[in-house]
Design a protein around this ligand. Structure first.
Ligand SMILES: [Fe+2]
Ligand SMILES: [Fe+2]
Length: 497
């Protein structure tokens, strides 16, 4: 009778898998100080002697990849080998053959352990009558165990989630190119010379999900789900009110809605993870619902709508910023693609979701580059002028880059800085934030600005004009005080108008 491969060979196969784990573990976990150990482990892969087996297993232990390993001594290996071939005990043979990498178990015949990979839960010993697995089956078990371990490792690391989400989205067919080009009317409104121009409604930095407390911001701001709901409703109403009741000739060919990114908190930092009112998927669904309502209302009011969608940094899926997949591995992108699906059959709505995260577009006679603003390629700031220095330096750098690519523009439309800057003559506009003043602003000693978004117009002759900040909170006001006064505990500023 021909015996199946010995358990010792089984142990050797486990060690070969270990080598792979060592090499990949080194790469994934990044142990730059131990290249020699890994090189040695790799070099030993093809040698299956008893001594090299021990070296490989100990190398893996040293790298912290295999927390529980029991290394067979030569005597133990010989004992398994001898008893396996000598015994007709089917229980014993089934136990040996069912042994998985990492299993340290008691056999019905005493304490004998198998070396292997991470200590996994031991499977139930097969019944005595069970057919032992074939050599091919055991190899497949090893391969699958290793595959599972790698997937678990990926799931533990946030960076790898980006690729997983990306793959999932492509499976859903959400990553196709923009189905429609920008419409011609963006460039041609000359038949209405006394019209105010093309309305541009700029939404961004909503940070849905984040909690801001007035008691932690000198009474300046509260932000939660209820207040976000009120602000978005007020915002949509005010845009329509200003565009149609504060303009003498509200005769529009259509409007542009900019979605400038950072629509959800994204739990990018530990403090957000601890205090956000909801996780990113819930926030994304919230944003899709409310933006769908906004797009529908604006399309009905203005007749046609171009929606420019650029992603921010708070929705990214990786812990650190990535250059690759920077625009698509982001919750904002998922929101935009769902909006695109919602309006796929509405001819009056054109969605632009650039896969590189920046949209070049000409509105009337002005060429805009629209982006979130976290990738300006500059750092630093100044305690006095705040973000103005980096913004202007960044705009200069972006302009030089874009000219070299044949993508010249007149105005850079930014978000991200949570600051209201209207400098179109200098080529920069920065949109304020719906979330408003927060604990970070307090800690960084930033100047207070009420939560706001912006509506402005682009005239074919006069370019950017009529900027209206749509305030969602009142300004901080100073009450007349007696000679000596303390700030009131509950300032009336928090919340919404
Ligand atoms: Fe933001
Ligand atoms: Fe941002």
């Amino acid at each position: 009778m021909a015996y199946p491969p010995s358990p010792f060979k089984f142990v050797q196969a486990a060690a070969a898998a270990l080598n792979q784990a060592v090499a990949e573990g080194y790469h994934l976990k990044g142990h730059p100080t131990r290249p020699a150990a890994v090189t040695r482990a790799k070099a030993l892969t093809d040698h299956q002697s008893d001594s090299t087996l021990r070296i490989r297993l100990r190398t893996a232990q040293a790298l912290g990849l295999v927390p529980e390993i029991y290394v067979l001594s030569p005597a133990e290996s010989a004992e398994i080998e001898r008893r396996y071939h000598a015994s007709n005990d089917t229980d014993f043979r089934a136990w040996v053959l069912a042994g998985r990498p990492g299993r340290v178990a008691s056999s019905p015949h005493g304490e004998i352990a198998l070396a292997g990979l991470n200590a996994a839960p031991a499977p139930a010993a097969p019944a005595a009558t069970a057919e032992p697995p074939t050599a091919a089956e055991r190899r497949e078990i090893l391969r699958l165990n290793e595959h599972i371990r790698r997937l678990e490792h990926q799931l533990r690391g946030g960076d790898e989630n980006a690729a997983i989400i990306e793959k999932g989205m492509s499976l859903l067919g959400l990553l196709q190119d923009n189905p429609r080009p920008p419409p011609d009317w963006l460039l041609d409104i000359s038949h209405k010379p006394d019209a105010p121009g093309v309305p541009v409604i700029d939404f961004g930095d909503w940070h849905i999900g984040e909690t801001v407390l007035a008691r932690e911001t000198f009474g300046a701001n509260d932000f939660n789900e209820e207040i976000a709901e009120k602000r978005v409703k007020h915002l949509i109403e005010r845009v329509l009110h200003l565009a149609f009741h504060h303009v003498a000739t509200p005769d529009y060919s259509g409007a542009v809605l900019v979605l400038g990114g950072d629509f959800l908190s994204g739990q990018l930092h530990e403090e957000l993870l601890a205090t956000d009112w909801c996780p990113p998927p819930v926030a994304a669904a919230w944003c899709v619902a409310h933006l769908t309502r906004a797009i529908a209302e604006f399309t009905r009011a203005f007749g046609r709508l171009v929606v420019v969608c650029v992603p921010g940094n708070h929705g990214r899926l990786s812990r650190k910023p990535w250059a690759k997949l920077a625009a698509t591995a982001c919750w904002d992108h998922l929101i935009y693609k769902m909006l695109e699906q919602n309006f796929a059959n509405v001819a009056e709505v054109t969605m632009l979701v650039p896969p590189d995260g920046e949209q070049l577009i000409q509105i009337a006679s002005t060429r805009f580059l629209i982006m979130h603003g976290h990738e300006l390629g500059v750092k630093g700031g100044d305690g006095i002028i705040g973000a103005l220095g980096p913004i202007v330096r960044g705009a200069t750098k972006v302009g030089r880059q874009q000219r070299s690519l044949g993508r010249d523009f007149d105005v850079l439309l930014l978000h991200h800085f949570h600051q209201d800057l209207w400098l179109p003559a200098s080529g920069v506009i920065v949109n304020p934030t719906l979330k408003g003043y927060d604990e970070y602003s307090r800690a960084q000693r930033y100047r207070y600005e009420p939560a706001a978004q912006r509506l402005f117009f682009v005239h074919p002759v006069w370019g950017c004009n009529s900027p209206w900040a749509i305030y969602l909170q009142p300004p901080m006001s100073r009450e007349p005080h007696p000679f000596v006064a303390l700030p009131s505990a509950a300032a009336p500023i928090a919340g919404v108008l």
